[in-house]
Ligand binder design. Structure first.
Ligand SMILES: CC(=O)SCCNC(=O)CCNC(=O)[C@H](O)C(C)(C)COP(=O)(O)OP(=O)(O)OC[C@H]1O[C@@H](n2cnc3c(N)ncnc32)[C@H](O)[C@@H]1OP(=O)(O)O
Ligand SMILES: CC(=O)C(=O)O
Length: 536
């Protein structure tokens, strides 16, 4: 029952609610500027609708609507205001909340309505008939005001189980009053795909209304439930970027649109948009200030990272053997992880990724595999330390590891002072380009002092390292095995302001392990910068 003359009846809607339901996630607190920035990313990605928030519910959402239409030249999306049906016993035309929706200026309004009889009686504290009247009146009023209206039927699936006739009457009432789409909501997120398929198919059959789906992820089934609803006849999917949302989250936009485009062969995004998906997902994560999930389907950095040796050996023949799609299609890349689960193929493919053709030297590849396994047994972990792996690989390929300095000794001292403060000092004694260097550093911890001493000692000889910055530092104490002492593993990430690289060090204590990881970090950085190796 489409009432929008500009759209064919079978038009498919990708409706994003990151700025409304996504913002209901614990830990997300968006400014108006953040919301504007996310809206730009979503429009660029090509979603059809952006639900911007609840105008009138808080000053931030009201300001967002005032500014979004002025400041953003939407190319693909229409802005949607969210609100509820009018209050019981009032008139929609006089309801301040409904007026706020009109005053937002948004061309589309989503109205949340009760569709579960128990919610009407307990939460709204009104009659079933008055709830229908609230829906009828609110939708008609908004239509008279020239708005396109979608109705979100809250708790629809639970309501349908409890009282199917009432739930169906709500759908008919909303559609009859002029709602373009009636959205069936799994508000508590407890449904499973087979149930969603059954209910959506039945509602479509019984009412003929145009249906949408809004699935919360409490059972971990939001994406599957959304696709099941599409199978049942829904043509409008509500999702959020990276699955942000109330409680555990909402339906993740990215796997849904990827599935629709790549597996249902349905064009739901503008041409070329899918290849931007990984970048857009990470950009939105940056704006909401949450680290992008490494294991998110399609867009996570681990989504196409292969660790098992057997996988690598098949991928060497054809990547399709262990990948459901070509990562480039969604703007991601395949990565090979080298660890003690690697075989020859893993090392060969990793070598290729790093620019080495190892295919002709079976013995060398075998030696590298053996070395990786032996070092991982000691506590090293190369899958998160590509730079240390490359230095080790180069040592095998080129006969010796690239080297820029030789260590005579180092020491780090922590002084506990009577006032409870600590002084951290380090001294390094090095040889570089034939010169003996003694340098000291004072830092906010012993590792920082060691890093500063190393930097102070080498900076004059290798000015390139002034741009290096330690950006991440992780320590893990590894249990001793078979009666041996425990050891410490340190992973360091270093940046030169553009690229980042990670190194690993293992030692009997945290400072020794840090030293090895730091030495690799500086060595690899100088190599990357194109500096000719020159040992002490
Ligand atoms: C499933 C969802 O995620 S829906 C979206 C939920 N999002 C939010 O709630 C975020 C924004 N909300 C808010 O800022 C506030 O809750 C407001 C401004 C909307 C309302 O605030 P208040 O007026 O203080 O009311 P409060 O939040 O305590 O209760 C909500 C009221 O709306 C009523 N209500 C709930 N659903 C509906 C509905 N579909 N139609 C009409 N009224 C409704 C409740 O019965 C309650 O009425 P009462 O005040 O007579 O008890
Ligand atoms: C509308 C909505 O957010 C829900 O029912 O979960």
């Amino acid at each position: 029952m489409t009432t929008n003359p500009t759209e064919p009846d079978d038009a498919f809607h990708v409706f994003d609610t990151t700025l409304r339901d996504g913002a209901q996630r614990e830990g997300i607190n968006l400014t108006v500027a953040d919301k504007l920035s996310i809206a730009r990313y979503l429009d660029e990605f090509g979603v059809g609708f952006i639900e911007g928030g609840w105008p009138g519910a808080n000053p931030r959402d009201t300001e967002f609507f005032a500014r979004a239409s002025q400041e953003i030249d939407f190319r693909h999306a229409q802005l949607v205001a969210f609100g509820s049906t009018r209050r019981a016993g009032a008139k929609a035309a006089q309801d301040p909340q409904v007026k706020g929706l009109v005053e937002s200026g948004a061309p589309v309004v989503t109205v949340v309505a009760k569709s579960h009889d128990r919610h009407v009686e307990l939460a709204l504290r009104t009659t079933l008939e008055e709830n229908l009247e609230m829906i009828r009146d609110t939708v008609s009023y908004l239509r008279e005001q020239g708005r396109r209206v979608f109705v979100d039927c809250e708790h629809f699936f639970d309501g349908y189980r409890a009282n199917p006739q009432y739930a169906l009457t709500v759908v008919r009432t909303a559609a009859g009053a002029g709602a373009d789409v009636v959205v069936l909501c799994d508000t508590n997120g407890g449904m499973l795909p087979a149930q969603v398929l059954d209910v959506v198919s039945a509602v479509r059959r019984e009412t003929g209304a145009r249906l949408g789906i809004h699935a919360q992820d409490d059972s971990g089934c939001a994406v599957a439930n959304t696709l099941a609803a599409v199978d049942g006849g829904a043509t409008h999917v509500q999702c959020t970027a990276n699955g942000y949302g109330e409680r555990v989250g909402n339906c993740n936009l990215f796997p849904v649109v990827a599935a629709l485009e790549l597996k249902y062969d349905r064009r739901v995004l503008p041409a070329g948009a899918l290849a931007e998906m990984t970048r857009i997902s990470h950009a939105v994560a940056e704006v909401v200030n949450l680290a992008p999930s490494t294991h998110q389907p399609y867009v996570g950095v681990s989504a196409f990272a292969h660790k098992g040796g057997l996988h690598a050996s098949a991928i060497k023949v054809d990547p399709d053997l262990y990948q459901h799609i070509d990562p480039a299609v969604v703007g991601n890349t395949m990565r090979m992880l080298v660890s003690d689960m690697a075989g020859r193929a893993s090392v060969e493919l990793k070598g290729k990724e790093l620019g080495f053709d190892l295919s002709a030297d079976r013995d060398l590849v075998g030696r590298v595999v053996a070395r990786v396994k032996e070092r991982e047994l000691q506590g090293y972990s190369y899958e998160a330390a590509d730079a240390s792996f490359e230095l080790m690989l180069r040592a095998e390929v080129e006969g010796s590891a690239p080297s820029y300095f030789r260590t005579e000794s180092w020491r780090a001292i922590v002084e506990d002072r009577p006032d409870g403060s600590h002084a951290n000092e380090a001294t390094v004694k090095l040889w570089a380009k034939g010169e003996r260097i003694v340098a000291t550093g004072e830092g906010n911890g012993p590792v920082n002092a060691l890093d500063l001493a190393l930097r102070a000692g080498l900076e004059r000889i290798y000015p390139q390292l002034t741009s290096f910055q330690l950006t991440d530092y992780k320590v893990r104490i590894l249990e001793g095995r078979h009666g041996t002492e425990s050891t410490t593993r340190v992973l360091i990430t270093t940046s030169d302001g553009g690229a980042e690289w990670s190194t690993v060090g293992v030692g009997e204590n945290v400072i020794a392990a840090s030293w090895y990881a730091l030495a690799d970090a500086y060595t690899y950085g100088l190599l990357r910068a194109g500096v000719e190796p020159a040992d002490g």
